[in-house]
Design a protein around this ligand. Structure first.
Ligand code: NAD
Ligand code: ZN
Ligand code: ZN
Length: 344
């Protein structure tokens, strides 16, 4: 497809995004062109543009990795897609498919993986190219705005919850009730877990309660470690989606003996280091694990929960022109639920 498109782009890290008119990209062999309808705004996009992580993104960068849209052109050799099919693009743009991790079903830790909206141009644009082997297939009737956050916030928290190995009936503490966290609460409930929610903002905790959290704790007002230990006897598992170092340290203290915490949030820079008690981890046989987005299998499962209505992102739509304001609100922790860019 020939022509021009609007996209939000950053050419120098730490500067605001600019809306530019660019040529529509062309799909190469194995790729598809997608007409973007919706793209969620993930805190990772802010980290990317702010240069919080090492290595940094490939510049110039079009961020965005919670993409939902329709197939607009098909590259050579691609099978199984038709023009107009409804698809989603996650953070995991591609993985090599042949390394030891890919072969073991752990493509999330493939060292040759590419990342949508980081090493490859993403969905803050009217069109984008994706690797056909890694896009999610979505039902024709899916609400593309509601489903967009599932492409990152959904699959990421779903996998994180699974990696704690918490069983139905056990306690899961979700720390950070932002875009990821408010969806994590819903997956945990849908997976039969009992949920405690921790954040520093009462409005977000109110949302967590509405979504099924039985216990809510404001870490700004009380010591969340003492509170979780006192009220539920410690948590069997925890996922940390907060963007503050302290939350990662506190999460370890919230566990029961034999508990597992999955680190998901990525504060980056100086905030990237935790201090933890070796004795506490050893004596209570705790597990600290990480979780990095999700495999294609995780994504298909996560999407299925959403399509069935078991999980539903609380979204607010905004035009692409609002992106710098949205980033500022996100840096200040002012967003309840998820902002979704309307590109249709
Ligand atoms: P968000 O800004 O929507 O949510 C962050 C939440 O953390 C907010 O609700 C905020 O109030 C809360 N918070 C801040 N300080 C806290 C504290 N001390 N205790 C408890 N809560 C606190 O961000 P998001 O889009 O949900 O992303 C969260 C993090 O997850 C980001 O760092 C992002 O880069 C990362 N992320 C990681 C992966 C992965 O695969 N590991 C995938 C997606 C996002
Ligand atoms: Zn993300
Ligand atoms: Zn690989």
């Amino acid at each position: 497809m020939q022509g021009k498109m609007k996209a939000a782009i950053v050419r120098k890290l730490g500067t605001p995004l600019k809306i530019e008119t660019l040529p529509i990209p062309q799909p190469k062999a194995g790729e598809i062109l997608i007409k973007v309808a919706a793209c969620g705004v993930c805190h990772s996009d802010v980290h990317a543009v702010d240069g919080d992580w090492n290595p940094g993104p490939v510049l110039p960068l079009i961020p965005g990795h919670e993409v939902a849209g329709h197939v607009a052109a098909i590259g050579a050799g691609v099978k199984g897609f038709r023009l107009g099919d409804t698809v989603g693009v996650p953070w995991m743009y591609s993985a090599c498919g042949t390394c030891e991790f890919c072969l073991a079903g752990m493509e999330t830790i493939c060292k040759s993986a590419e990342a949508t909206g980081y090493s490859k141009p993403g969905g803050y644009a009217e069109f984008m190219v994706a690797d056909a082997a890694f896009v999610a297939r979505l039902p024709k009737k899916a609400d593309l705005y509601a489903i967009a956050p599932i492409l990152c916030a959904g699959v990421t928290t779903y996998r994180g919850l699974k990696r704690t190995k918490v069983r139905p009936g056990q306690w899961m503490t979700v720390i950070g009730i932002g875009g990821l966290g408010h969806i994590a609460v819903q997956y945990a409930v849908a997976m039969g877990m009992r949920v405690a929610a921790v954040d520093v903002d009462d409005e977000k905790l109110k949302l967590a309660k509405k979504l099924g959290a039985e216990v809510i704790v404001n870490a700004k007002k009380v010591d969340p470690v003492a509170e979780i230990q006192a009220r539920i006897g410690g948590s069997h598992g925890a996922v940390v989606t907060a963007v503050a170092t302290q939350a990662f340290e506190q999460a370890i203290g919230m566990l029961r003996p034999a508990g597992t915490v999955a680190y998901i949030g990525l504060p980056g820079g100086k905030a990237d280091q935790v201090r933890a008690s070796i004795a506490a981890i050893s004596a209570w046989e705790l597990t600290i694990t990480g979780s990095n987005v999700g495999t294609r299998a995780d994504l298909a499962e996560a999407v299925d929960f959403a399509i069935r209505g078991a999980v539903k992102a609380k979204i607010q739509k905004a035009p692409l022109t609002q992106i710098n304001r949205i980033f500022n609100d996100m840096r200040r922790g002012k967003i309840v639920g998820r902002m979704v860019l309307d590109l249709a």
